[in-house]
Design a protein around this ligand. Sequence first.
Ligand code: G
Ligand code: G
Ligand code: MN
Ligand code: NA
Length: 254
Amino acid sequence: LMQEQLLRRAVEQGELELHYQPQIATADGTLTGLEALVRWRHPQRGLVYPNEFIGLAEDLGMISEVGRWVLREACRQVKVWQDAGFPVVPVAINLSAQEFLQRDVARDVAEALWETGLEARYLHIELTESTLMQSGGQMSDTLHALKALGVSLAIDDFGTGYSSLAYLRRHPIDKLKIDRSFVTDVPRDADATAIVNAIVQMSHSLHLQIVAEGVETQEQLDLLRSLHCTTAQGYLISRPLPADQTQAWMSQHL
Ligand code: G
Ligand code: G
Ligand code: MN
Ligand code: NA
């Protein structure tokens, strides 16, 4: 089969799945959110990670199919958990630049929220600095349409993008996610620590939420707490987990 048919089969026959990575409050460890990360349960190859097929889906013009499935499934699953009495926290999905170019993201989001019954404030959308730069004039309209729906917008991999900070004024951003390349090197590397400190301070001044990504050690978590970085995500807390294991994780952290 051609790659395109394989990917189409994946979407249509339920071979995609979402894994969820918890985010916690650095103050007390309570769950503050989940990031949904897509995987392809390939019948022969096993679990395939997004770096191996998101680019392919973009090249084949199929990223919209994948992205719509991710959006719908994340909203559906989190609504199920909320209704079942698990902590009522938002789910974040990742959108690539191509998705903003190839489809009306705001319309898809409105539809998914309507169909699943998830409240808009429980959906967060992560996009990178380069996505904000690439997608031109209509980007601003789309982001404002998403905000009008009540969805939150986060900058993923913050600090690594090839851009100025001007977009923080131009676009209705709610949250920064400090890239793990900085987090990895704290507290030993003084420069990385200074950068994390500066990003956290800026987020507070601009009234933005802040998340540190890639937290792998207790030492990193302690430092982030002392720098008033309120939220953390990373292997120390949990790897991204399949839905059933996510539910078990939440049960143990109630
Ligand atoms: O899990 P990790 O290997 O899970 O993710 C690798 C990269 O793939 C990250 O940059 C992440 O943002 C991206 N990614 C994960 N899930 C999705 C998705 O559903 N859509 C898009 N566009 N990117 C995703
Ligand atoms: O680009 P984005 O931030 O969406 O990518 C998330 C990616 O980071 C996923 O591949 C996820 O599996 C990975 N990830 C999450 N936590 C950690 C961590 O603590 N360490 C490392 N090395 N990777 C992580
Ligand atoms: Mn992300
Ligand atoms: Na990131």
